[in-house]
Ligand binder design. Structure first.
Ligand code: SAM
Length: 274
């Protein structure tokens, strides 16, 4: 069952993996200094603060999340980093956005739109309502990984299980897959749509923190006792992916793996469908 506190720990652990690639993405956005933005499904607020740094002293970013525990973390990170004036954290649901029309210059959302079982086009229309005409909606989604060098077939089988493709599942409409954002943008009336994929390379030597984060990532993506795997694959997975195994894949000298994030962007039109 979903436990928000455990998930918060997991998100914090993942920062060492994601921080550098997300920083590159945020630099790429070239956010207007002084602009006002929204980070929907902001989680711990770690990346909301990066966005707040990018808009400069005259800008402002609102982090919105459905879980209070994440917002509290965001507020404490903001005060630790002296960015409290540039950022606020508000509790809310992406499908019932508590903001007036045309309030923001841009909206950003990482690993949320496309991860919910709610119609993404409807969510984009809701976001379009609160972004000014001409403003941009950015959707950033984890899009792939190659983390088991030497074991591509096992990795393919792991990725083919329900856990591996989660939150998309075999019964979902193909149009709801998180790589279909450009199609959703079009249906929601956005223009000048684009996508770019960013890679995070990971290679040895790996710090202790990085090894812990990767072991946690293996467990999060592929589970511990995945019932859809054969016994043989299950034991191979445990041999290669558990930190206490002598054959832990990260012990391979010259380990190399990578994962990708895909950034989608689209412009809100003057004749937007709110
Ligand atoms: C996968 S996490 C991503 C967090 C953050 N964007 C990051 O990448 O670190 C998804 C976040 O969306 C939040 N969330 C889930 N459903 C939501 C909803 N309906 N409205 C707003 N936030 C939601 C969760 O509480 C969680 O913090």
């Amino acid at each position: 069952m979903y436990n928000a506190k455990e998930y918060l720990n997991r998100l914090e652990l993942s920062n060492i993996l994601r921080e550098s690639v997300i920083r590159t993405v945020i630099d790429k956005l070239k956010l207007q200094p002084g602009s006002k933005g929204l980070d929907v499904g902001c989680g711990t607020g770690f990346y909301t603060l990066m966005l707040a740094e990018a808009v400069g002293i005259l800008g402002h970013v609102t982090g919105l999340d459905i879980e209070e525990i994440f917002l509290e973390k965001g507020r404490s990170l903001a005060s630790e980093s002296g960015l409290s004036k540039r950022v606020s954290f508000i509790k809310g649901d992406i499908s019932k956005l508590p903001f007036e029309e045309n309030l923001f210059d841009w909206a950003f959302s990482m690993d949320l739109v496309g991860n919910l079982k709610t119609d993404p086009v409807m969510l984009l229309k809701k976001l379009s309502r609160i972004v000014k005409p001409g403003g941009i909606i950015y959707i950033l989604n984890w899009s792939s990984q190659r983390l088991l060098p030497g074991y591509p077939v096992l990795e393919a089988r792991l990725n083919a299980t329900s856990l591996g493709i989660s939150p998309f599942d075999a019964n979902m409409k193909p149009d709801f897959h998180s790589m279909r954002v450009l199609e959703w943008y079009e249906q929601a009336g956005l223009s000048e749509t684009r996508v770019q994929t960013f890679v995070r390379d990971i290679s040895s030597p790996l710090s202790r923190k990085m090894r812990i984060a990767l072991a946690d990532l293996f467990e999060m993506r592929w589970g511990e006792n995945n019932p859809e795997l054969s016994e043989e694959d299950q034991s191979e997975y445990q041999r290669l992916c558990r930190a206490d195994s002598p054959d832990f894949i990260l012990n391979v000298p010259g380990y190399y793996g990578f994962f990708t994030y895909s950034l989608f962007w689209g412009r809100v039109g003057i004749d937007k469908i709110g």
